[in-house]
Design a protein. Sequence first.
Length: 203
Amino acid sequence: MADRFRGYLPVVVDVETGGFHSATDALLEICAVVIHIDADGRLFGGEPVSTHVEAFPGANLNPRSLEVNGIDPDHPFRDAKPERAALDLIFAPVRQALRHYQCQRAILVGHNAHFDMGFLNAAVARTGHKRSPFHPFSAFDTVSLAGLAYGQTVLSRAVSAAGMSWDANSAHSAVYDAERTAELFCRIVNRWRDMAASDPLLG
């Protein structure tokens, strides 16, 4: 893995939020899926790690965003964690994988990656977290990759174009979207590897 991505470990991150602005709107759910590599050099997604997150004090909660993601921030059984504890939970398996693969930093993989990165970085800044394993601004965006590979930029359409299943009723949960994004990323990278094996110009 360290050789494949120049010392970076790809980790899919998906967030569900109370709006579009990372500085003012609540982070409500986060999921991470570490990307692994097998003995043949093929990528696959690991087990998702996720948690609901408590809205930080004064956070904006846009009703339209809550309608889309179906999150009730006041639900008694949501079992949400404060932002710092949520970050610690997400970062732990990432650090473990960094050690395993001898990678320097994690690189965020996302569909519209800079949206997820913005909310992740904002939470890191609010909590004063000093040990984020993620590169602060570099990312792999599956919007661009899927546009190149399949001519599709919407996640559901890209997943379908890649020959994978899509359940609209499960969409807009951090876990489901992260798992599908991880599968899409791995399929594109593995497909490129297969093509490169027969075409030296792609290697």
